[in-house]
Design a protein around this ligand. Sequence first.
Ligand SMILES: Cc1ncc(COP(=O)(O)O)c(C=O)c1O
Length: 469
Amino acid sequence: MMEKKYISPILEEIRKKDFQKDLKLAHDFALSYVKQVDEMRVYPDEEAIKNLRVFDEELSMEPESTNEVLKKLHQYGAPATVAQTGGRYFGFVNGGIMPSALCTKWITDVWDQNPALFVISPITSKIEEVCERWIKDLLGLPENTVAGFVSGSSTATLCGLVAGRNYILNNMGYDVVNKGLFNAPQIKVVVGEGAHSTVYKALSIIGLGKDRVTKIPYDNQGRIMVDKLPKLDDKTLLIIQAGNVNSGAFDDFNNICKKANEAGAWVHVDGAFGLWAAACPEMGDLTRGIDLADSWSVDGHKTLNAPYDNGIILCKHRDILVNAMHMTGSYIIYNENRDGMLYTTEMSRRARAVDLWATLKGLGKRGVGQLVWELHKKAKYFANLLIEDGLEILNDVVFNQVLVHYHSDNKTEELVKEIQKSGVCWLGGSKWLGKSVMRISVCSYKTSYNDIEKSAEEILRIAKNLKRD
Ligand SMILES: Cc1ncc(COP(=O)(O)O)c(C=O)c1O
């Protein structure tokens, strides 16, 4: 008997509708956002946040029109966004979005490609291959390095540490990929005291534990004290960093990696935002010796100003990474061309390498270097404007991070809160060497000297008012 044809009335309605008009409306709303982002409050006001209640609704039984969906987002969503694509957002280490990448992302959204396998998307396979080559070249990494395009440094670090763990255990004659960790021999994990918390998270996920690590003390900038390195050997997984999340400091890769290489240890570099210093000729000293590591994690969505989400795992040992990420299935068709999922935890993903490719194309090799250099120079300029009236800069501004203390912990925390409320700029607070600090990250290509002057003026004004209290 023939199966009766079923046609969903709802889907039929959706298919019938010409959505060019909705695309045009989305385009208009997006353009209006881009136009006003430099003028809007950097952080939404209370009313905009209160209005988010309109989203507290039950999912309706019947579909809503795309037109209504877009209008709701534009009316209530846009005012509650954080204007981090403008010039006065200095929070976390969040980059802006390069125009070449934003425009490209619209196209890739329409394409909706899945870079898991070459057979699923030849174009994204090709772009990933090209990005791998360009990034290796930009960062001066070894020729045999491979790249996986993941959501961010959290995942990139996870991939790098899994590769390192497997490499060490393989060399000890233990097949961890198939046997798991149940009877695995012990390995040693060594991290700098200033390691980012995502490193600990990754260690915990991969069964190496957060507490079972040897921590190397750091100096007053957050750099590993090389003379405090424990004895390294070929059972050691060592994690170092390019860019401390607070101070922006870089470890001494040359000396640390040489020791690690002699001992046969695996070195992973967390370079979420700092690894890009390697692409800046003026900053060569900061990353000298970086090529001696085994794996690196870096983000496109931070210093490089690629859109979210854009992380990269780079690994010098292709077979180890691929063996860790490999999966099979009767329906999976590998190809002699690049199959992206061999290098990542995910199978299906966004075609994020295309955004990265467009960012790099839009800057060129020289532009990447100049972007990094300019962010650094602007951070220094910002720091200099703030050395006034009891404000104190606690770090050497070697990259894009500035740590400011104001009189006492309480005053500093109050200052951060008031600045956040002001809407003129946004920056976060943190702790540094036991003190509360205001943490400034100059991370967007959009930030102008005018933005910095306006922000510094507001910070000094608020600080003065607090002093009077
Ligand atoms: C040094 C460092 N490592 C890792 C991360 C985590 O990166 P992501 O948010 O892309 O996962 C960050 C985030 O700021 C970072 O600064």
